[in-house]
Write a protein that binds this ligand. Structure first.
Ligand code: 1HN
Length: 347
């Protein structure tokens, strides 16, 4: 064939590929297989001083009830168009519940947690077990557990929700079901049933069967987290000098508290910093107390209590403390570890 004839045949071949819904690898390889991850998500910062007043306004204007289900306002990564996702796998939102309000019962296959940066007075009822929510506490709602929230006080309360919504959506694994109205909204015990059963260090209740692969303990209390971090620093038994960290775990397995989301609390002594690292998979951090700086990829954020920032996959991260800095971190690490895709590198 002459070279013009070849060109004509090639043009016909590509047109026929197109018509047959086929794509040749040799035209796409560099997009399909990059040398290292090229996340769509970018580093992003949301300040509590912006989030809270907006949530408060939503509290005045927007009722909470059946249909909408939650007065939760998602943090949207500016580089993920169309979807209200903080990262490609993680959803993060601020949720606001006014005096005496109830967020109705439902369940979904998506896994969720709440982390409380300030306030108290809401009980989250998980499968009929009323769990108090207070400053510094991590509360779990594993996949397919009925849950509702009720504010028993005359003042509003806000917290952050983390869920694996984007991951479950990508995996086409979403299920949702409404629960009965007012599933148990009157109880306000100081200690929930699950805490009384599972909340004793090193003691597993013989005979008690966890109802899912996630933790049967629904509440991780600040007094325990705080004491664990303080002890690491006092004993110089830290990750790196001046940087203590704890991971919230499932007391039945020792693994992550939730199957798809890692949850951790970090404490940096004044003037100290984390090692500079990057990991495969994305994370969201929320400052719990103190002030400092987060270097995320090519961005530097000055951060204070309540501020949240997103860390895309493979973006270098270093967090520095001015005052002693406590920060809550959640990530999709368990997913990458389970699939053999986890990697980390010092940078
Ligand atoms: C949900 O059920 C909660 O239970 C929070 O508080 C945020 C976002 C999307 C779908 C369900 C909650 C949610 C959610």
């Amino acid at each position: 064939m002459t070279s013009t004839a070849v060109d004509q045949e090639l043009a016909r071949l590509y047109a026929d590929f197109e018509a047959a819904h086929m794509t040749p690898l040799w035209t796409q390889r560099e997009d399909l297989m990059t040398e290292s991850p090229r996340p769509k998500a970018v580093p992003a910062l949301w300040r509590w001083s912006t989030l809270y007043p907006l949530a408060e306004r939503a509290g005045e204007l927007v009722p909470v009830g059946r249909g909408g289900e939650r007065r939760a306002i998602a943090l949207r990564n500016p580089a993920i168009p169309g979807d209200p996702y903080a990262t490609p796998t993680l959803w993060a939102a601020i949720q606001y519940l006014g005096p005496r309000e109830v967020a109705p019962s439902h369940r979904h296959s998506q896994t969720a947690f709440r982390f409380v940066v300030e306030g108290e007075g809401v009980w989250t009822n998980v499968e009929g077990d009323a769990v108090a929510m207070r400053r510094g506490d991590l509360l779990l709602t594993p996949s397919w557990h009925f849950h509702e929230h009720h504010n028993t006080t005359d003042h509003p309360m806000a917290w952050i929700d983390g869920l694996d919504i984007p991951l479950v959506s990508k995996l086409d694994a979403g299920f949702f079901e409404f629960g009965p109205d007012r599933l148990g909204t009157t109880e306000t015990p100081a200690r929930s049933r699950n805490e009384r059963l599972w909340g004793h260090p090193g003691l597993r209740p013989v005979g008690a069967q966890p109802r899912s692969a996630s933790s049967p303990l629904a509440a991780y209390r600040w007094e325990h987290t705080d004491a664990a971090l303080a002890a690491q620093l006092e004993l110089d038994a830290t990750v790196t000098p001046g940087h203590a960290a704890v991971r919230f775990t499932n007391p039945a397995t020792g693994g992550d508290a939730l199957t798809t989301i890692r949850t951790e609390m970090h404490r940096l002594r004044s003037g100290h910093a984390t090692a500079a690292t990057r990991v495969v998979g994305s994370a969201v951090w929320q400052v719990f107390a103190g002030t400092g700086r987060a270097h995320v990829g090519d961005q530097t954020y000055e951060v204070a209590t309540g501020d949240l920032f997103a860390v895309p996959s493979w973006a270098p991260l270093r967090v520095e403390a001015d005052d002693q800095l406590d920060a809550f971190r959640f990530s999709d690490d368990p997913v990458y570890e389970a699939l053999g895709l986890a990697r980390r590198e010092d940078v």
